[in-house]
Design a protein around this ligand. Structure first.
Ligand code: FMN
Length: 344
């Protein structure tokens, strides 16, 4: 079970609890860490203050190392065109929600708060976090230098060989290879690659020297062993944990998982402006391919209030339920039990 990567991360198992913003809780991260896996605290684009609160809440529950995971995305400037598009999209989505029985007032563009990832990096350094993972890009050179000066281990996400090379060139310590199967957001930052994990992982392994984690479709011991045989030194498990005891999903969302069919698991830009994999529903049906999708993070911020209200109404047609292609029984057991099951 031990290898260079587990030793580098000071973990006992070649397993990473995947960062899953909206699903991961401090309790899940701590449970994974206490079991000997690498827990990953997803802070997406939370404010620096909220990021610190989450880090401290996790530290209350574990003394083990865990990764803090952030969205490294360049924020597009607000132009006159974006303002116009925002107004139209806001109105379109409000009408769509009203037609479907949900009264929502979405935020004005000037009211939304967007956190540059550099603010979070300052917070992470001040909290002395040892491991930082990221998706959607590569931190700028200054941020990398700052993190490395603080002895931080960096884990980047790639969805193609080109992205793996780019991460290695910037001195990223570990690369997480994300196959097209994976649930949640695609980590892509060079074009829109859509490569299956079994094609991508061995190619990345043959191309770079950086140690690899594999993410996408791992749902039992056999799939874990397959990824390890293809060159990964650890696997990252996401969907396997979404219905776990420590997951932040609400009961109606967990219930929806139990009836999902394979044709319902789709890639969509409609909730956030970036491609993510989840369960098809009325909202995706209405928006996908339409003009009412703003670039990330604006779409994400715009739809946040809709999702909040839909959740309060237990309306699975207007929330994003992310999951990967490996449909399974979605165990409600504890994170520790699910991880231990993989190693038996
Ligand atoms: C609900 C959900 C939320 C996710 N959020 C994040 C995130 O915040 N950061 C990230 O790097 N990856 C995120 N991902 C991707 C996972 O880290 C991981 O790549 C993926 O779950 C692996 O595929 P699997 O779901 O088939 O196990 C998310 C995935 C899911 C299912």
């Amino acid at each position: 079970m031990m290898n260079n990567l587990t030793r580098l991360l000071d973990i006992a198992l070649p397993i990473v609890q995947a960062p899953m913003f909206g699903v991961t809780t401090p309790a899940m991260v701590a449970a994974a860490a206490n079991t000997g896996a690498l827990g990953s605290l997803a802070i997406a684009d939370l404010s620096a203050q909220k990021s610190i609160e989450q880090i401290r809440a996790t530290r209350q529950l574990t003394a083990k190392p865990f990764a803090v995971n952030l969205f490294v995305h360049t924020i597009p400037p607000i132009t006159a065109t974006l303002r116009e598009q925002y107004t139209q999209t806001k109105s379109h989505i409000e009408h769509l929600a009203a037609k479907n029985g949900l009264t929502v007032k979405l935020p004005e563009l000037d009211a939304i708060q967007v956190t540059p990832y550099q603010d979070q990096i300052d917070a992470i350094i001040s909290e002395q976090c040892r491991i930082v993972s990221f998706t959607f890009g590569i931190p700028d050179a200054e941020s990398i230098q700052q993190l490395k000066a603080n002895n931080t281990i960096l884990i980047g996400t790639c969805t193609s060989v080109a992205e793996a090379i780019a991460l290695e060139e910037q001195g990223i310590d570990i690369i997480c290879v994300q196959g097209i199967e994976a649930g949640g957001h695609r980590g892509s930052f060079i074009g829109l690659p859509q490569i299956g994990g079994f094609s991508l992982l061995p190619q990345v392994y043959d191309t770079v020297k950086t140690p690899l984690i594999y993410a996408g479709g791992i749902y039992n011991k056999k799939s874990m062993q397959a990824a390890l045989a293809l060159g990964a030194q650890a696997v990252s498990i996401g969907s396997l944990l979404i219905a776990s005891k420590e997951s932040a999903l609400l009961p109606f969302e967990k219930e929806r998982l139990s009836t999902v069919k394979e044709e319902e698991v789709v890639l969509t830009r409609s909730f956030s402006g970036r491609f993510a994999r989840g369960i098809h529903n009325t909202f995706i049906q209405a928006l996908e391919g339409s003009d009412y999708i703003l670039p990330y993070p604006y779409q994400n911020k715009l739809t946040g209030e809709l999702r909040r209200i839909a959740r309060a109404h237990q309306d699975s047609e207007f929330v994003n339920i992310w999951l990967g292609q490996s449909i399974q029984s979605f165990s409600s057991a504890s994170t520790a039990e699910i991880i231990n099951q993989l190693t038996k």
